[in-house]
Design a protein around this ligand. Structure first.
Ligand SMILES: Cc1cc2nc3c(=O)[nH]c(=O)nc-3n(C[C@H](O)[C@H](O)[C@H](O)COP(=O)(O)OP(=O)(O)OC[C@H]3O[C@@H](n4cnc5c(N)ncnc54)[C@H](O)[C@@H]3O)c2cc1C
Length: 394
C-alpha cells in the first residue's frame, strides 16, 4: 500500500512511524528545506503517552523525558505568586514535558532512511489519491510532478491545503491572543512549583524539562498582526513585577530562541475527516488553541488510531476492489472515532482560553473567585476525563 503523508510535523511523522511499521510504503512530503520542530516545549499527557506506546515509541519517549512535572505543585497562581487554585500532586495524572526538538529526533530516527522528502511542497491533492509536488524554491511550475498513491494523509497543519480537498472553505480563526515560547539555556530552580500564573489578559506558564532547563510560555491579548521590536523585552515588560522566577526564566532564554505565535483554531468544525482516498489528521483536521495542551496529543491519538485501523488492511492488500472498500470502511471508522473527541476538546480549549484571557478587573476577579471555590479534585477529574484515552483494539 503506497501512502503519501503531507507534512513532517508531530502528526505526519508519528503516523509515518505507525504505518511504516505496519508494512506500508510511506513517503512524507515536507515543504521546508529541513525537518524542524517548530515551537519549543510540549506537554504530553496520559493520552499522548498511550498513543506513543501504541506506535511502539514508548521506550524512546521515556528516554528523553522524566516524571518530575507530576510531583510539582501545579494549578493557577496570581501574579504575586499566591495560589488561586492548587491541584494536589497525587491528582495531576501522567505528564511529561519534552523539548520538541528531541521528540522530532526520535520520530525521525524511527523511520527508514529516505522516508521524508524535504523541499517538497504539495501544491494539490485529489480524492483519487493524486498528489502534485513542487518546490517553493523553484519558480517554474513545470517542475511540478504528479504521483499517485493508495492513500493521501493531510498532516499539513493549521493552514492545511489538503483540508480543502476534504472540505473546502474552512480555515483558521484568530483567538485574540498570541503566545511567546522559550526554553531557558540553563537550569533554573522552580522551587517545586510549575503551572500557570493568570493576570488580566496575561498568562505565564512554567514547565520543567528533564535536564533542569525550563519550558515557559507567555500569553497576551493583542491584534494578530502586532509586532514588537524586541520580543524578549516585550515579555519582560508585560510580566514585570510578577512572581519569581518569571523574570529569571525570560532572562535565561536567548532572544533568538523566543518565538511568538498568534493563537488560532479552526473557524468551524469539519463535517468529515476523510473524502475518497484523502484523510486529515492533527492540526489539518482539528487545529485547536493550546489552553489544554492537547493539540499535539490529539495528533498522536490520530496517528495511533489510523495506524491501528489500517494495519490489518496493509497486511493483506492486493489492490482489489474489496481492498479499496475495506480501506474506505476503516477511514470511515477513523472519522467516527476521532472527530467527536477532537472537536469537543477543541471547543473546551477555546472556552478555557476565553476565561483565562479575561481583561476586565471585575470579571477576572470573579474568575479567580470561582477557580478558588471549585474543589481542586473536581478540576483534576475534569482534566483526567480529557486525558483518558486508549487506542482502538485495546
Ligand atoms: C503556543 C502553543 C503551545 C502548544 N502547546 C502544546 C502542548 O503543550 N501540548 C500539545 O499537545 N500541543 C500543544 N500545542 C499544539 C501543537 O503544537 C500542535 O497541535 C501540533 O504541533 C500539530 O502538529 P501537526 O503535525 O498536525 O502540524 P504542524 O506541526 O503544523 O506540521 C505541519 C507540517 O506540514 C508542513 N506543510 C504545510 N503545508 C505543506 C505543503 N503544502 N506541502 C508540504 N508540507 C507542508 C509544514 O511545514 C509542517 O512541517 C501548542 C501549540 C501552540 C501554538
Amino acid at each position: 500500500m503506497r501512502i503519501a503523508i503531507v507534512g513532517a510535523g508531530i502528526g505526519g511523522l508519528s503516523t509515518a512511524v505507525g504505518l511504516q511499521r505496519a508494512g506500508a510504503q510511506v513517503t512524507v512530503f515536507e515543504r521546508a528545506a529541513e525537518v524542524r520542530a517548530g515551537g519549543s516545549g510540549l506537554s504530553v499527557f496520559a493520552n499522548g503517552l498511550r498513543a506513543l506506546e501504541s506506535l511502539g515509541l514508548g521506550p524512546q519517549f521515556a528516554a528523553i523525558t522524566d516524571k518530575q512535572a507530576e510531583s510539582f505543585a501545579a494549578g493557577q497562581r496570581r501574579p504575586d505568586g499566591r495560589w488561586i487554585a492548587q491541584i494536589p500532586s497525587d491528582s495531576v495524572g501522567e505528564l511529561r514535558i519534552v523539548d520538541r526538538a528531541d521528540l522530532h529526533r526520535i520520530l525521525l530516527d524511527a523511520l527508514d532512511e529516505g522516508t521524508v522528502r524535504t523541499n517538497a511542497f504539495v501544491t494539490s491533492t485529489s480524492i483519487d489519491g493524486a498528489v502534485t509536488i513542487g518546490s517553493e524554491t523553484e519558480a517554474d511550475s513545470e517542475a511540478d510532478a504528479l504521483e499517485r498513491f493508495d492513500l493521501v494523509i493531510g498532516a499539513d497543519g493549521l493552514n492545511s491545503q489538503v483540508r480543502d480537498t476534504v472540505e473546502p472553505g474552512i480555515g483558521p480563526r484568530y483567538s485574540g491572543y498570541s503566545c511567546w515560547r522559550g526554553i531557558t539555556e540553563r537550569p533554573v530552580d522552580l522551587d517545586g512549583a510549575a503551572g500557570e500564573t493568570v493576570g488580566r489578559g496575561l498568562r505565564f506558564g512554567i514547565a520543567p524539562l528533564k535536564d533542569g532547563r525550563v519550558y515557559w510560555f507567555a500569553v497576551a491579548n493583542m491584534p494578530k498582526d502586532a509586532s514588537f521590536a524586541d520580543d524578549k523585552a516585550a515579555v519582560r515588560d508585560l510580566f514585570s513585577g510578577w512572581h519569581a522566577p518569571i523574570a529569571e526564566l525570560v532572562d535565561a532564554t536567548p532572544s533568538a530562541r523566543i518565538q511568538r505565535t498568534p493563537i488560532s483554531d479552526l473557524a468551524a468544525p469539519l463535517s468529515t475527516y476523510h473524502r475518497g482516498r484523502v484523510v486529515l489528521l492533527g492540526d489539518a483536521a482539528h487545529a485547536m488553541t493550546p489552553n489544554l495542551g492537547q493539540g499535539g496529543g490529539q495528533a498522536l491519538e490520530d496517528a495511533a488510531t489510523l495506524s491501528a485501523l489500517l494495519a490489518p488492511v496493509i497486511a493483506t492488500v492486493a489492490n482489489s476492489a474489496d481492498d479499496a472498500a475495506e480501506v474506505d470502511s476503516q477511514l470511515r471508522r477513523y472519522d467516527r472515532l476521532r472527530r467527536t473527541r477532537s472537536q469537543s476538546i477543541a471547543a473546551k480549549s477555546r472556552a478555557l482560553g476565553a476565561v483565562f484571557q479575561i481583561r476586565s478587573p471585575l470579571l477576572s476577579g470573579l474568575r479567580d473567585a470561582v477557580f478558588t471555590a471549585v474543589p481542586s479534585r473536581f478540576t483534576a477529574a475534569q482534566a483526567a476525563s480529557v486525558q483518558r484515552w486508549e487506542p482502538p483494539g485495546r
